[in-house]
Design a protein around this ligand. Structure first.
Ligand SMILES: [Zn+2]
Length: 122
């Protein structure tokens, strides 16, 4: 790779990171934008993407705990910061697995307190 190509790649990477950082910070506070899609986003009933919003499966919109669960993740990302949330979520997911990830445990507890609906491990 030539020096010029490397410099160009570095510049493009910096611009991309700046844009992503801007988008994440802009959306860090306030209510989560909600998107409804057909099928399961990333194989789940719903997902929360820091700085983007909540994506829900149309087929699971009426699940009593779903919105409260995803809103809990949005609150976690606001409380801990979107980058820390993303880093910890991945790290804890690798260490404890999906079900025992402390962010998942907390989100299930918050959803249970709000809705009285406790998601059982399947
Ligand atoms: Zn979750």
């Amino acid at each position: 790779m030539s020096k010029r190509t490397a410099a160009l790649l570095g510049l493009l990477t910096s611009i991309l990171l700046a844009v992503v950082t801007y988008l994440l910070r802009r959306r860090q506070y306030g209510p989560a934008p909600v998107y409804v899609v057909d099928g399961k986003p990333f194989g789940f009933r719903g997902v929360m993407l820091p700085g983007v919003g909540i994506i829900l499966s149309r087929q699971h919109l009426l699940d009593p705990d779903l919105m409260a669960h995803e809103q809990a993740h949005w609150m976690q990302a606001q409380r801990d910061g979107p980058f820390t949330f993303a880093r910890r979520y991945v790290w804890w997911g690798l260490r404890y697995g999906y079900w025992d990830n402390p962010y998942e445990v907390e989100a299930r507890r918050i959803a249970y307190e709000k809705t009285g609906y406790l998601l059982e491990k399947s």
